[in-house]
Design a protein around this ligand. Structure first.
Ligand SMILES: NC(=O)c1ccc[n+]([C@@H]2O[C@H](COP(=O)([O-])OP(=O)(O)OC[C@H]3O[C@@H](n4cnc5c(N)ncnc54)[C@H](OP(=O)(O)O)[C@@H]3O)[C@@H](O)[C@H]2O)c1
Length: 327
């Protein structure tokens, strides 16, 4: 029997069964209605959260916000958005001149907020560097911490191709910075029983990312660390949230032009700040969240193959550029 006739027989049998057993029809209708209702409710809930729900009044957490990696991309846009909410800022990044320029830009736009700067290399966040953060935050009412600094690969690579230096940098910038900045600032939040911590992960923390394995693993650490911490401290007035953006038009992503699926840093930060203090894990830009939803409907094995192929293409281009550069 070919497939067409098999389907015909099955359809006929099924119609007969529905005629003779009306309870079966009612059961199937019930299941269908529940599925549709659940989908409609989730869609309405998502619409409310992404477009209608007001953001929290962030000054309730404290007067100051600390932002790491604050001189470029998402971190810089976050700093502007927090200043717009009236929060004073401690900007932490590597390059002193860029820190001074960013602080001056923020001050000229929002003269009422105070802006402090601190130059730290998170590639080596040792005791001395941590002591500097302690000193810089001493006496400040820090209510919001944005652990934004992070690093990915120059282009997708096999794990054995990474240099030891690169492995250390990826772990230090994505994991160690988040861990120790949180350890440094959490105690004062606990004492005041208020605070909000936001940790930047990535879509690579939700799904396997072949050829970016270390970045994916480091960010998935951030994902579960944040969710666990939120459950641990929620009852003590502190909310911890992990944010998982997809591509944002920044240097790290090597994308200059924003589009429907790739927001500008300012567009991302505007959406992101409205989510602070709510869910423990979120992808705050609507088109990112929609893409993640579609990915979650796919079998993981298929998704891995798609991502591997995509990254293999990017790797080819990256290797070509590297050869051209060295030539
Ligand atoms: N952009 C995306 O598509 C995307 C997607 C998913 C997740 N993310 C995550 O979002 C976060 C921000 O990414 P981004 O795209 O905005 O990055 P970015 O544009 O490359 O900006 C990086 C910032 O971090 C600072 N920084 C870099 N290395 C540092 C170091 N060793 N010590 C101290 N500061 C350092 C840079 O300052 P200097 O210039 O002074 O070095 C700059 O202010 C990262 O955690 C990233 O993993 C980004």
């Amino acid at each position: 029997m070919d497939l067409k006739s098999l389907l015909n027989v099955t359809a006929v049998d099924f119609t007969e069964a529905l005629k003779t057993q009306p309870a079966l029809g009612q059961l199937l209708f019930g299941i269908g209605a529940v599925v549709v209702l659940k989908f409609v409710l989730s869609a309405c809930q998502a619409f409310y959260r992404f477009f209608l729900r007001p953001g929290k009044k962030l000054r309730k957490f404290g007067e100051w916000a600390v932002v790491t990696g604050a001189t470029d991309g998402i971190g810089k846009a976050y700093a502007f958005e927090l200043a717009r909410q009236g929060l004073s800022l401690l900007l932490i990044s590597r390059t002193e001149t860029k820190l001074r320029d960013t602080a001056a830009e923020i001050k000229s736009k929002y003269p009422n907020v105070e802006v402090h700067i601190l130059s730290i290399d998170f590639g080596n966040f040792n005791e001395d560097a941590q002591a500097k953060v302690k000193q810089a935050t001493k006496g400040l009412d820090v209510g919001v911490l944005i652990n934004n600094v992070g690093q990915s690969y120059d282009f997708p690579m096999y794990f054995d191709e990474l240099s030891d230096e690169h492995v250390h940098a990826l772990v230090n910038l994505n994991v160690t910075s988040t861990l120790y900045m949180t350890r440094l600032l959490l105690p004062s939040m606990v004492a005041k029983r208020r605070g909000a911590v936001v940790n930047l992960a990535s879509a690579a923390s939700r799904n396997p990312s072949p050829l970016l394995s270390l970045y994916s693993g480091a960010k998935s650490f951030v994902e579960l660390f944040s969710q666990s911490l939120d459950a641990e401290y929620k009852g003590r007035g502190i909310r911890v949230q992990v944010q998982t953006p997809l591509f944002v038009a920044t240097k790290l992503a090597k994308i200059r032009k924003a589009s429907l699926t790739v927001p500008s840093p300012a567009g991302y930060a505007k959406a992101a700040v409205r989510f602070i203090g709510y869910e423990d894990s979120v992808s705050p830009y609507w088109s990112h969240a929609f893409q993640l939803y579609l990915m979650s409907c796919m079998p993981k094995s298929l998704l891995s193959i798609i991502v591997l192929n995509m990254h293999a293409g990017l790797r080819k281009r990256g290797l070509k550029k590297k050869v051209q550069k060295s030539a």
